[in-house]
Ligand binder design. Structure first.
Ligand code: NAP
Ligand code: ZN
Length: 347
């Protein structure tokens, strides 16, 4: 089946309209008509080869929301018309001890990414900047009825990437949580940590984001360039989720942690983070990382957001404005996630 998509031919090339061929529907496959696809900063890092070499042509997009258009003969969990989402991966080995625990995101054989990867058959995978996608039903999530699809799409990456470490490290009442960076991930981190009942501090390098941060659920605001305020806040936080896409002053961030506090980095700058061991040992601080979340936890996060009545704050753009949207993401000029209206691809 041929469908319209936006793809890039190389690291320095713009995204352009194209046609891609989806694989034939297998017995366990779902064909989803994509309604919206979020623009994650990882799309840009990968297409511009900021992390590693890419597979081109590349159709990015791993925050996908839409409706089931067809199902294979053995599909049991979904029917035509269902509201569904697809996130960052579309296959895993299903045999290793992590897959057995529902941690497909840490599959020991490596999961198949939704795009910029090769599936088990060896074919390149294409993501959500397209009119449709074919995915094994086990990797398809259910989007609750009360979440509109445009605000639900970013939950499939930005939502689960912040929800997972907040859950794993016990965010909740009485826990002082810092969220670093108010972008796509960070604004979900603020909303989710607030909904979990934590006391939330937004740490931002943008002085003009304080009002938004507080509106989204932050109790406190710290401007990372305000040395006096950063000094005064040292030793006050239990948990920090660092969502920043660039290198930051890690020692200043770690110093905000209390004794035994943990900083979880989810942001993926292209350079290694520089940390002084002295800052870690001074208060037995911990530095950790986290990568999206498993399928069951992703469904739990979607249900949690629906229960609390929020999705992402989105700016919806037609597909032909995707290059401008990317430039604005790089300039930290998005409030707070661009979502492509993929229906615009059908016209
Ligand atoms: P985004 O929307 O661009 O947000 C990044 C935020 O980082 C910006 O809004 C800005 O917040 C801050 N920032 C940007 N440049 C900065 C600089 N030079 N100095 C200090 N702060 C800066 O990106 P995103 O989509 O949320 O993604 C964030 C990062 O997470 C990316 O590197 C992405 O690849 C990565 N990621 C990781 C996972 C995972 O599973 N681990 C999943 C998805 C994405 P302020 O203006 O508030 O400072
Ligand atoms: Zn992402």
């Amino acid at each position: 089946m041929d469908v319209a998509a936006y793809s890039t031919s190389g690291a320095n090339a713009p995204l352009e309209r194209t046609t891609i061929t989806l694989r034939d529907l297998g017995p366990k496959d779902v064909l989803a008509d994509i309604a919206y696809a979020g623009i994650c900063h990882s799309d840009i890092h990968q297409a511009r080869e900021e992390w590693f070499g890419g597979i081109f042509p590349m159709v990015p997009g791993h925050e996908i929301a839409g409706h089931v258009a067809a199902v294979g003969s053995d599909v049991t969990s979904f029917a035509v018309g269902d509201r569904v989402g697809v996130g960052v991966f579309v296959e895993s080995c299903n045999e290793c001890e992590n897959c057995a625990k529902g941690l497909q995101n840490y599959c020991l054989k490596g999961f198949t990414p939704t795009y910029n990867g090769r599936d088990k058959a060896g074919n390149p995978t294409y993501g959500g900047y397209a009119a449709a996608i074919v995915v094994d039903e086990n990797y398809v999530l259910r989007i609750p009825e009360n979440l509109p699809l445009d605000v639900a799409a970013p939950l499939l990456c930005a939502g689960i990437t912040t929800y997972s470490p907040l859950r794993e490290w016990g965010a909740g009442p009485g826990v002082r949580v810092g969220i670093m960076g108010l972008g796509g991930l960070g604004h979900m981190g603020v909303k989710i940590a607030h909904a979990m009942g934590a006391d939330v501090t937004l740490i931002s390098h943008s002085p003009n984001k304080e009002d938004d941060g507080r509106r989204l659920g932050a109790d406190h605001f710290l401007l990372s360039s305000d040395k006096a305020a950063m000094k005064a806040a040292e030793g006050t936080l239990d948990l920090i989720i660092n969502t920043v896409s660039a290198s930051i002053d890690m020692d200043a961030a770690l110093s905000l942690l209390k004794t035994d506090g943990t900083l979880v980095s989810v942001g993926l700058p292209d350079e290694p983070l520089k940390v002084s061991t002295f800052t870690l040992i001074a208060q037995r601080r911990r530095l950790a990382g986290s990568n999206i979340g498993g399928l069951a936890q992703t469904q739990e996060m979607l249900d949690f957001c629906a229960e609390h009545g929020f999705g992402s704050d989105v700016e919806v753009v037609p597909a032909d404005q995707v290059n401008e949207a990317w430039d604005r993401v790089v300039a930290s000029d998005v409030r707070y996630r661009f979502v492509i209206d993929t229906a615009s691809l059908k016209s």
